[in-house]
Design a binder for this molecule. Sequence first.
Ligand code: APR
Ligand code: PHB
Length: 389
Amino acid sequence: MKTDVAIIGAGPAGLMLGHVLRAAGVACIVIERQTGDYILSRIRAGVLERGTVDLMARLGLDARLRAEGFPHGGFNLADGERLIRIDVAALTGHSVTVYGQTELTRDLMDAAEPRGLEVIYEASDVALHEIAGDAPFVTYTKADTAARIDARIIVGCDGYHGPSRRAIPDDVGRTFERVYPFAWLGILADVPPCNHELIYANHDRGFALASMRSATRSRYYVDVPLTEKIEDWPDERVWDELAIRLGPEAAAHMTRGPALEKSIAPLRSFVFEPMRHGSLMLCGDAAHIVPPTGAKGLNLAASDVHYAAEALIAFFQKGDADAIAGYSAKALARVWKSERFSWSLTKLMHRFPEDGAFERRMQVAELDYIASSEAAQRSIAENYVGLPT
Ligand code: APR
Ligand code: PHB
């Protein structure tokens, strides 16, 4: 097979990019290791920046998002019994939209066939070749048959564990990483949310987050030591911990119920530079990871897609090679700003084992400053809704 752009990975980044390129008349094929059902089974954050909503709208794929998503004009920082509301709408003129990543991915998947976007699922042994030249290709196996796709450009949208980043030579690539000394235990339950907006809580016993998927489905998190096992956390223990950490007001409105899903995930900040080498470009988790505090992962994938599509369309429609060459610097400028916001909110709202009394005082002083300063709140708000691309 031959195409203009071979996209590896059919998560949000790969599917968003495929749709944008297809709509612009740039030929592309998406190659995915898993089945569509497997991809949809992954529970991920669901707070969309305005840029992500706008991208779905430009694709004409925002109908369900508009009908079922929840516009949120604010969110809350809880520090013990104090609740600091960040009035995002008033401070920025924009809101975020609460809409599960699973649902956004479903919308992109369902539109692929009707729009002629070719997605090859269950492709194994995917490998990248000749990425330093102008005629790269991808090989893979499908139903025990070896296959090859020749492309002008390959875009790695294959997540943190995919092969694309690893195809860039060690003497070219550079990584920046912070692994956090705790993990998040998440629980999904068909119970109404305890609050109409998100609550990020910093309590003496640790971090908690109250989020939601709908008016009848809630998503909660507590941070736990890296050594914890999910079998040591029966539902009741999770609900008890949430009730303490979120504070009495939230606890009074919290409805308990059986976990539909419960899992523990570690946190890291990670950036790989450059996001382009030769004829290979990277988008999304293939190039960077953020801690989930602030829900930037999916939105950063959308941001990369915005810049990658802009460059690829200029290249294929106008022969503008500089656009491809300029992609990495443009994408990374916004990646690092989101990495900073996610890292700073993680630092503010979690207790680090190595921290002492001074660091706790710094957290309290910063929360006092945020509570008393419109400028401080505006800074948080403009990062939360999404910096301009
Ligand atoms: N061959 C083909 N596909 C692969 C391979 C491979 N060797 N390795 C991984 N993939 C696929 C995965 O199965 C997955 O469907 O690449 C896709 C990567 O999707 P994501 O990991 O979701 O990454 P991305 O599309 O960048 O979206 C980032 O997703 O994981 C969340 O928290 C993350 O919200 C963020 C968002
Ligand atoms: C979620 O709803 O799963 C969620 C929301 C906000 C976050 C992380 C996760 O920062």
